[in-house]
Ligand binder design. Structure first.
Ligand code: GDP
Ligand code: MG
Length: 644
């Protein structure tokens, strides 16, 4: 019964509670990777945290996990048997929720980590919800126990978690992922508490062997081998040379190589412990099958043997892009280079959608769709880090649904497509996407958080105390150790949280509030399009869609910001923010004064012109765009849009 020695599990937690560190420790303890150069005797700063599974540069820099990474390890349990553990490290941010869901789909259980100093946080609740919805076995662990002092706080967090899981506090593991203390108990709990993948149905008389069915739950592109697919084998087995078929495209492929992640790709033929030439039922591993076009790789696809067709496995909904923005090269001549960079980057991040667009002002560019604003930020940073591409990102927009009088519907992702007041007469319904937000914070910040949510058009749904923290606050021993904390659920428009909400929440709660959200259905909304006009001409790259109650304030802010960044010109510059023909704000930049120009055309004119010419040439690239007679340095737009 091979499958009984397999465990597929994921690690879930609020960001920074220690998932990646725990994964590294488990890989070391099972001998999958050599122990990192950490020594407990060495001073703190010399301790090196490798975080093997976080391989992207931005992941290392920001300390966040963007891509779910998998690794297979072999663990000899106290029962003397060797188990194959397939671990999936999950990303720690809601923007990458699709990655979390994928990893849950391929698992039978999860380790839920909670930081001993921080206790249960917003994301602890949302990821736990997902795991419970899928009936996964949850093993609770309180991490960073090395930091726990003798003040009852660690115990209080332990109780908080056992309340949440409705289990005995004794079942919650105490560990320090950093020092490795208690990590062995995690490996044991995985073997003992998480069930193996479901067993094969009994063989019938006609089919001696179960046909292969595998779910594609991740894929990436390799320039030599083409698409590498990560496959979770639900039934049967697959080996080198097999002919397999994609349920979605119907294309046939030959398996050229396959193996496990350990955590680097190891071909199954070369792995000493794999003890088999096939990816068997219950295993998760990579498959290379000569798929050359990344467009043929679909997450959620089912592979089956070409000779033994089977119905596709129930798969997950592909995640839709929820935040769109225009991306333009900072350098007006840089379109071709940017196009190549975006093409290559979207091969590694398949969740980004991309379409060409052009702006009369910024020229040729792209409209890209992201899972959320952090996702967008990470993509922009990767363009810069990995391709040296500096870009202008226009103000992000969530998808907006319009229903017209004639019954047709349209979802727009570009503010320029939103009708002006005249066009809106033909629209009977405008809807925007909502979210269900979870906020966890000490209760002293409740008032400030309510105000923040209200000012972002939030509607409260519920307000509850985290049970054990409320309970411990009344007991004298730990009253100072853990303040009573509340969980607030709010309905908010997605658009209101994609810009400044997170940072505002952090600052009003001195960093103590945590936040996470789930998508909720669209709701009716009174939105309108705001145009920015420079000397009467619309600047398409600067138009935005905003709620009518907020548009006045936004208009004033935008006009003011633009006044600050547009340099003086020979002519007067008038900046206006408007909805239709209604002017919301107006700012003016006076032209150069006569005497300034006079000075320029004075005795030193020739020398000055030479100097200017030299300066221009000296600048590697002169980056500016113009509207009519007004010249605007592109950096100015960068500043306005970047400062949202
Ligand atoms: P993730 O976001 O959940 O993947 O968290 P990381 O594994 O990146 O850890 C976040 C931070 O907490 C890092 O600076 C780790 O070094 C630190 N950390 C993780 N586990 C422990 C622990 O057991 N003790 C202490 N003191 N720090 C830890
Ligand atoms: Mg991480």
């Amino acid at each position: 019964r091979q499958h009984e020695k397999i465990r597929n599990f994921a690690c879930i937690a609020h960001v920074d509670h220690g998932k990646s560190t725990l994964c590294d420790r488990m890989l070391e303890m099972t001998g999958t990777i050599p122990p990192a150069a950490i020594s407990r005797d060495q001073p703190e700063q010399e301790a090196k945290n490798e975080q093997v599974l976080d391989t992207l540069k931005v992941e290392r820099e920001r300390g966040i996990t963007v891509r779910a990474q998998s690794a297979t390890m072999f663990h000899r349990h106290t029962d003397g048997q060797e188990y194959m553990l397939n671990l999936i490290d999950t990303p720690g941010h809601v923007d990458f929720a699709s990655e979390v869901l994928r990893s849950l789909l391929a698992s039978q259980g999860v380790i839920l980590l909670v930081d001993a100093a921080q206790g249960v946080q917003a994301q602890t609740l949302t990821v736990l919800d997902e795991a419970l919805k899928r009936n996964l076995t949850v093993v609770g662990a309180v991490n960073k126990w090395d930091l726990v002092k003798d003040d009852g706080r660690g115990e209080a967090v332990l109780n908080e978690l056992s309340d949440l899981l409705a289990c005995d506090p004794g079942e919650i593991l105490r560990i320090s992922a950093k020092t490795g203390w208690g990590v062995e108990s995690v490996l044991d709990a995985v073997v003992e508490r998480i069930p193996p993948p479901p067993p094969a149905p009994p063989a019938t008389a006609t089919t001696d062997k179960e046909p292969f069915r595998g779910l594609v739950f991740d894929s990436w592109y390799d320039s030599f081998r083409g698409v590498v697919s990560l496959v979770s084998v639900f039934e049967g087995e697959v080996k080198k040379g097999d002919s397999i078929t994609s349920s979605i495209t119907g294309n046939d492929y030959t398996v050229l190589d396959l193996g496990i992640l350990s955590p680097r790709e190891v071909s199954i033929a070369e792995h000493p412990d794999a003890n088999s030439r096939a990816l068997r039922k219950g295993m998760a591993g990579w498959v290379v099958c000569g798929m050359k076009n990344p467009k043929d790789a679909f997450l959620g696809d089912t592979f089956h043997l070409t000779s033994r067709p089977t119905p596709p496995l129930e798969s997950f909904k592909p995640l839709k892009s929820m935040v769109f923005a225009g991306i333009y090269p900072l350098d007006p001549g840089g379109f071709t280079k940017l196009e190549e960079a975006i093409r290559r980057l979207t091969l590694t991040d398949r969740s980004v959608t991309s379409n060409r667009e052009s702006s009369t002002f910024l020229g040729q560019g792209f409209r890209l769709g992201f899972n959320g604003s952090l996702h967008m930020d990470v993509f922009r940073q990767r363009l810069e880090d990995e391709f040296g591409e500096e870009v202008i990102v226009t103000r992000p927009l969530v998808p907006v649904k319009l229903t017209f009088k004639d019954g047709t519907e349209r979802t727009i992702d570009n503010p320029a497509d939103f009708p002006d007041p005249g066009g809106l007469l033909k629209v009977v319904r405008v809807q925007e996407p909502m979210i269900r937000a979870t906020i966890v914070a000490p209760d002293e910040y409740t008032g400030a958080i309510i105000n923040l949510c209200t000012s972002h058009r939030g509607v409260p749904l519920s307000h509850t105390y985290l049970s054990s923290s409320a309970a411990t606050s009344s007991s004298t021993a730990s009253s100072t150790a853990l303040k009573p904390r509340v969980t607030m659920l709010y309905s908010l428009p997605l658009s209101s949280i994609i810009t400044s909400f997170h940072s505002a929440l952090k600052s009003i709660s001195s960093g103590f509030a945590s936040f996470d959200y789930e998508e909720a259905p669209y709701e009716d909304s009174d939105l309108c399009r705001m145009n920015i006009l420079v000397n009467g001409q619309k600047v398409d790259a600067l138009c935005t869609v905003a709620h009518r109650s907020e548009v006045q304030k936004e208009g004033r802010e935008w006009a003011k910001r633009l006044r600050e960044v547009i340099p003086r010109q020979q002519h007067e510059v008038v900046i206006q923010a408007a909805v239709g023909s209604t002017i919301l704000a107006r700012e003016r930049i006076a032209p150069f004064r006569k005497d300034v120009t006079a000075g320029l055309y004075g005795g030193h004119y020739e020398r000055k012109m030479k100097h200017l010419a030299k300066q221009k040439a000296g600048k590697a690239r002169l980056k500016e765009r113009s509207i009519g007679r007004i010249t605007i340095p592109t950096e100015a737009f960068h500043a306005v849009l970047g400062g949202q």
